[in-house]
Design a protein around this ligand. Structure first.
Ligand SMILES: CSCCC(=O)C(=O)COP(=O)(O)O
Ligand SMILES: [Zn+2]
Length: 243
């Protein structure tokens, strides 16, 4: 089966083109290297899921390498020759179905992996300007727009344990959806992170902001400053360390 018209488009914002472009960018951020990580996008008009193949260098993919899944039947509408769909497909589909995601980003960011070693059940960071890029889960009743976290809030991202195979993460992911209904990300210990959003643009912003915050948390930890410490408290930790 091969329906090439589903993946060939001159529009750079077509999901098949965007996945390839962003995977190249993410390779250069060290987020998707050595075949690890990936991106899935739901077509905003057809609702079809665009999914990368498994075990390929994601930065070298072409649109013709992509799988296309019907969101209603979960049957593949397009299967490229000699390729298997990403092992993360059940996790991407869970984000679409249970979180109403429009796109899902999976990276093997070293910042996520280190944070998963520093924190127990959740990654926490507070009172940092970049937190304002992350949604709070609340919606403005007048505008209908998502309300972001405030500078004074604490961002908490759940951490689940890694398993031998990606599809074995599904139960923990579904449990996390129940426990953290407003989270837009889940860290997988010693593995990486999944980040989703209502659109690929939002998911990209959330992923970049969270990665910045995880990198900052690692540096704060190295200085002895708890990343979720209250404003002004950090001085005590720095003084203790250098006195
Ligand atoms: C060395 S990558 C191991 C699998 C993984 O964690 C991943 O993100 C990529 O899986 P895929 O099946 O999409 O290649
Ligand atoms: Zn992975």
């Amino acid at each position: 089966m091969s329906l090439d018209s589903l993946v060939y488009s001159t529009d750079p914002r077509h999901p098949a083109n965007l996945i390839c472009t962003l995977c190249r960018q993410f390779f250069h951020n060290n987020w998707c290297t050595g075949t690890g990580g990936g991106i899935s996008i739901k077509h905003p008009e057809t609702d079809n899921y665009f999914i990368a193949p498994s075990g390929v260098q994601k930065e070298l993919m072409d649109p013709e390498d992509l799988f296309v899944m019907d969101s209603r039947t979960q049957e593949y509408l397009r299967v490229p020759n000699n390729l298997k769909p990403s092992a993360c497909t059940p996790l991407f589909v869970a984000c679409y179905q249970h979180r109403n995601a429009g796109a899902v980003i999976h990276t093997h960011s070293q910042n996520a992996v280190i944070c998963s070693l520093l924190f127990d059940d959740e990654f926490r960071i507070a009172n940092i300007e970049q937190i304002k890029a992350i949604p709070s889960g609340k919606v403005d009743s007048q505008t209908g727009k998502a309300i972001p976290l405030s500078f004074y809030d604490t961002l908490a991202i759940p951490i689940i344990e890694n398993m031998a195979h990606e599809d074995q993460l599904i139960d923990s992911l579904l449990e996390t959806f129940e426990k953290y209904p407003h989270t837009c990300a889940v860290i997988v210990r010693r593995h990486g992170i999944f980040v989703w959003g209502p659109t690929i643009d939002k998911a990209k912003i959330f992923n970049e902001a969270i990665d910045y915050l995880m990198e900052l948390a690692v540096k704060m930890h190295q200085l002895g400053i708890p990343p979720d410490c209250a404003i002004g408290e950090e001085k005590k930790f720095i003084t203790k360390r250098f006195e």
